[in-house]
Unconditional design. Structure first.
Length: 550
């Protein structure tokens, strides 16, 4: 579950990596207690956004015998909410231990932090206020961070720069055999600002959207920031930055065409067995990285009959990363839904309508090997993974258990021996209403609700602003989840257990006024209820705007 910032969001995280970025070189400054000639500081330009600035940075040191502390000092700061830097040091003399921020930029518990120490001779560090728009940043002079070094030689480390090679960086390739076009979205796990590389500045989009909850549109920027694909933007999304920090810049994608699927790469980092058909430059991506997941397209001039296609990210040195799923080909296994849906045909324009109270079984029939629905070489892919309970469909049962309360569209595909299914994607939408026999909705007699026009769904939330704070919002309930609004038998709201996600966005009045909440934090989320049989209701989404001046 998402935690409130004051719960102690972060501890310093030790991770791998190396990076490159535009920087501000501020060099060395002597301290009366010790010369700083063994240290040099570069502050990254990404430290400044939304009008923040700093006149200059200096470093000073304090000697404690066995250890030495390097202070990172800002002069003339204006509303500083982030700090990204690399600090070079003499690795034969010093070994970096920890980095600690001061509280000049904000409370430590509200800072997202990232430390990188595995490149011998250089330490990388970043910190940013979670939800920076809520806070007033540092203004004035002072020490913003301190680095502790031990006086001993640094470990002999070896950093390797390579394109993204994690499974989370695998793109799904789609082949239009009529138009001869390949399309795919940009997947580089940890690259939250979608600039082609994973580095400490990827804390910025995470910090700016910290606390957002999904499910996220797989074509939107928030899904790219959700590095662990769990449907929440929280502290755990720092880990993918660290785990993929070694990634070199993605310069584009190599496109491959071959009639033999055996030439598909044997692993994410394996060398390609055939020459690339062409290369699509990273700069040819479409979409706004701030709102969209970047997308690519390539038209095959002369398609080869029954050919397979795949793409791989490539860096400036020609090294390649995780191959996409293959597309095209011939004799693909046929994927179908066995359990009857409530409606739809499974296409993008007519998705199957399903609910979260039914288990959905799939069939996968290979033209050569027959029924491979539960074969060990079959892999089912749910996108986004948050749609599936446990994040996947177990191969042993080929059964999808939709996550309780899930309310967005999603797709399911399958591969058998790496060969993608036909159809490549089956589309689904939630059409069964909430689980069980419990529905909640705003009480139409409560005049505190600012506007009853929205539906309260994720795409159409109720918007509360500063004038609505401290008002009491009363909910109603009935036993007809199939129809929105009051249409079934009324349920006494005092018999329900009420909650919100994230939990800190609302206070519920209990027991006398059960079903009434007060907005008390500044973020987006939803309220819901459970009955005595543990049936969870639908979710009523709210957006809470306009932080009051403090």
């Amino acid at each position: 579950m998402l935690r409130k910032c004051s719960y102690g969001l972060l501890a310093t995280l030790l991770i791998l990596g190396m990076l490159s970025c535009g920087t501000q070189n501020v060099g060395d400054v002597d301290n009366p207690e010790r010369a700083t000639s063994h240290f040099a500081l570069n502050v990254w330009d990404e430290s400044y956004f939304n009008g923040s600035s700093v006149d200059s940075y200096t470093i000073t040191t304090r000697d404690y015998g066995q250890d030495i502390v390097v202070n990172i000092n800002a002069q003339g700061a204006q509303d500083l909410k982030a700090l990204y830097f690399d600090l070079t040091y003499d690795p034969e003399t010093y070994r970096p231990l920890v980095v600690e921020p001061s509280e000049l930029m904000g409370p430590k518990d509200n800072l997202l932090r990232l430390r990188v120490v595995e490149e011998r001779g250089t330490l990388y560090y970043g910190q940013i206020l979670a939800n920076p728009e809520w806070w007033t940043g540092m203004t004035g002079d002072g020490t913003v961070a301190q680095v502790l070094f031990r006086k001993e030689a640094a470990l002999n480390l070896r950093s390797v720069s390579e394109p993204p090679d994690s499974d989370g960086s695998r793109a799904t390739l789609v082949w239009d055999d009529i138009g001869g076009e390949l399309t795919w979205y940009y997947y580089n796990q940890g690259d939250y600002d979608q600039n082609g590389e994973v580095n400490i500045a990827d804390l910025t989009p995470l910090g700016a959207n910290f606390g957002a909850t999904g499910p996220f549109d797989p074509t939107g920027a928030l899904s790219a920031i959700d590095g662990d694909s769990n449907g929440e933007l929280n502290i755990a999304d720092i880990t993918p930055i660290g785990a993929n920090f070694r990634n070199s810049a993605v310069g584009g994608y190599n496109v491959y065409e071959n009639t033999d699927i055996a030439n598909y790469p044997t692993s994410n980092a394996a060398a390609s067995a055939i020459a690339a058909l062409d290369t699509v430059a990273f700069g040819d991506a479409t979409g706004n990285a701030g709102t969209d997941r970047l997308a690519f397209a390539y038209t095959v001039a002369s398609p080869v009959a029954d050919a397979w296609y795949w793409v791989r990210p490539v860096d400036g040195e020609g090294a390649e990363g995780t191959p996409s799923t293959p597309a095209g080909g011939v004799d693909r296994p046929v994927l179908s839904l066995v359990t009857a849906a409530m409606g739809g045909t499974g296409t993008d324009t007519s998705p199957y309508q399903v609910n979260d109270t039914t288990d959905y079984v799939f069939s996968l029939i290979d033209p050569n090997d027959g029924d491979v629905s539960t074969n060990a070489n079959t892999v089912y892919i749910v996108n986004p993974v948050a749609a599936a309970e446990g994040g996947t469909i177990p191969t042993a049962t080929a059964t999808l258990n939709v996550t309780d309360g899930y309310s967005a569209t999603f797709t399911v595909s399958a591969t058998y021996n790496l060969i993608p299914s036909d159809p490549q994607l089956i589309y689904f939408t939630m059409g069964g209403g909430p689980s069980g026999d419990l529905e909640i909705y705003p009480d139409s007699t409560d005049t505190d609700w600012p506007d009853l026009t929205p539906t309260g769904e994720m795409a159409d939330p109720f918007v509360l602003d500063e004038s609505d704070y401290n008002l009491e919002y009363t909910m109603a309930a009935d036993d007809d989840p199939a129809t929105a609004g009051p249409s079934g038998n009324a349920i006494d709201v005092s018999t329900l257990e009420w909650a919100a996600f994230p939990p800190f966005i609302a206070d519920f009045e209990t027991p006398a006024d059960a079903g009434t909440f007060i907005a008390n934090q500044f973020t987006n989320g939803y309220v819901f209820a459970e009955d005595t049989s543990a049936n969870e209701s639908n979710h009523i989404y709210v957006e809470i705007h306009d932080l009051p001046a403090t």
